[in-house]
Design a protein around this ligand. Structure first.
Ligand SMILES: NC(=O)C1=CN([C@@H]2O[C@H](COP(=O)(O)OP(=O)(O)OC[C@H]3O[C@@H](n4cnc5c(N)ncnc54)[C@H](OP(=O)(O)O)[C@@H]3O)[C@@H](O)[C@H]2O)C=CC1
Ligand SMILES: CC(C)CCC[C@@H](C)[C@H]1CC=C2C3=C(CC[C@@]21C)[C@@]1(C)CC[C@H](O)C[C@@H]1CC3
Length: 418
């Protein structure tokens, strides 16, 4: 297939019409959440009381701040890494190399921020800039995705993603045509997936905490919990950075608007919704309830980390003592599928743990509003859809062995429910 021939891969996300809707709906939802979080009624399901004018959205300072942030993260990405990992084999039998220094980037960013705050950097002013920052990031995401689309037009056929090469420009712009767009050894998708948005989310949360301390004397218990839980999640993702190299985002999906906007804008501005909500709507939280929520978070994390580590260890070294005793099914590819341990409980135990953690992030916000539960609702939809896509890919990869696995482990995410 040449780069100008369209692939026959089935269309996802409702095809061109579906992605046209998503191109509008995703940014609109993000701005709706940003506005709702600061509004008095904080309603998830009501239209905003007013629409911000361009003067409220556009600020060259916000754009500059976003580029300084990107520049800092690029610089940290380029620092010597403790390890350079190889990705999975590509169509042309080559393997790309990726620096494993995301956790180092998080720690260095924290040190720089600490230093900055100690000499007067007004981190607490960030919450007031979220709207123009989100606007600048969205604008940049559209332009960056267009550049990536143009770059893919001259990429060799072997560099294209299986799904983003339908021949419909809007669909391919959304899904991404090129699988691993790079400039030299700088990998745009890998960089964006784990650095600017994920680390940005942590510092937006921290800025909201500092602002709350400024407003009310000290941060609330609910704000501490949300900050702590989400920092653990981001720290974990960066500590286990190498495992992102086997996710469908890296090995299957192209780098188009969906991931560009998702990584750069959606993650920092919507995943910080609970902390945004708490700044404008303080919630009382007693110690017993806080302890119960911590227990829920611990259970979710235990399942999430246990399941992810078990699969990653098994894929790296099936004779590792921690996984050697697990029951498996052989497949025609030579790889085996786990059918006991976490992966014998449901077919996506890691999603179950992630969903439990999502609930624990929202509960500190109390039960008076639906808004802070947006993440739980969105994430359930995302994981159900993602699970269906992964099943399809596994069925193609493993055929009868996958059918056998589904028979042995009938539930997808929640035991005896789904
Ligand atoms: N917060 C967020 O917004 C998001 C978080 N996540 C989280 O990221 C993590 C990664 O998720 P995701 O990328 O979807 O994929 P998974 O980590 O669930 O990996 C799925 C892959 O695992 C392998 N696999 C499936 N079943 C078995 C088995 N029984 N034995 C051995 N290998 C098996 C298959 O690949 P193969 O056989 O090729 O190894 C399959 O394609 C999850 O914890 C998820 O919750 C994901 C998306 C968004
Ligand atoms: C804009 C759309 C709604 C879709 C956006 C999807 C992205 C936000 C997510 C796609 C896969 C992701 C992963 C993570 C963050 C969210 C995105 C980028 C993690 C890095 C989160 C931490 C986990 O430990 C690993 C995840 C890998 C997939």
């Amino acid at each position: 297939m040449t780069s100008r021939e369209a692939s026959q891969a089935p269309l996802e996300f409702g095809g061109p019409l579906g992605v046209a809707a998503l191109l509008i709906l995703l940014p609109a939802t993000m701005f709706h959440l940003l506005l709702a979080a600061r509004s008095g009624p904080a309603r998830l399901l009501a239209l905003p009381a007013y629409l911000p004018g361009l003067e409220e959205l556009w600020s060259p300072w916000a754009l500059l701040l976003f580029f300084i942030w990107l520049g800092l993260q690029v610089a940290l990405y380029l620092l010597p890494a403790r390890k350079v990992a190889e990705g999975l084999e590509l169509k042309d039998k080559s393997r790309l190399r990726y620096p494993i220094n995301g956790f180092q980037a998080l720690v260095l960013t924290a040190l720089l921020m600490g230093l900055g705050v100690s000499v007067g950097l007004p981190l607490g002013a960030l919450p007031g800039m979220l709207l123009p920052l989100a606007f600048a990031t969205t604008l940049t995401s559209f332009i960056f995705s267009l550049l990536l689309y143009a770059k893919a037009l001259v990429a060799p056929a072997s560099a294209l993603a299986p799904g983003g090469n339908s021949g419909n420009s809007m669909y391919d712009f959304f899904l991404g045509r090129e699988l691993n767009p790079r400039l030299g050894s700088f990998d745009f998708k890998y960089f964006c997936e784990l650095r600017p948005g994920l680390i940005g989310w942590v510092f937006i949360n921290l800025a909201l905490l500092m602002q709350e301390a400024e407003l009310r004397g000290s941060p609330s218990l609910a704000m501490w919990l949300v900050n702590g839980f989400q920092l653990l999640y981001v720290g974990d993702a960066l500590w286990y950075e190498e495992s992102v190299l086997t996710t469908m985002d890296i090995i299957h999906d192209g780098f188009g608007f969906m991931l560009v906007f998702g990584d750069l804008a959606w993650v920092p501005f919507t995943y910080s919704l609970q902390a945004q909500f708490l700044l404008y709507h303080p919630q009382p939280l007693g110690l017993p309830m806080a302890l119960l929520i911590c227990l829920l978070k611990a259970i979710g994390y235990y399942i999430f980390r246990g399941a992810n580590s078990q699969k990653n260890t098994f894929r790296k070294n099936p004779s590792d003592p921690s996984v050697a005793g697990l029951e498996t099914i052989p497949t025609a590819t030579g790889r085996r599928l786990l059918v006991s341990g976490w992966w014998g409980m449901v077919r996506h135990p890691n999603y179950l743990g992630d969903l439990i953690m999502a609930l624990a992030w929202s509960l500190p916000c109390g039960l008076s509003h639906l808004l802070p539960y947006f993440y739980v609702l969105y994430f359930t939809a995302l994981l159900v859809h993602r699970e269906a896509r992964d099943e399809q890919q596994c069925l193609q990869k493993y055929g009868r062995a996958w059918q056998e696995y589904c028979k042995r482990v009938p539930y997808r995410i929640i035991p005896y429910v789904y």
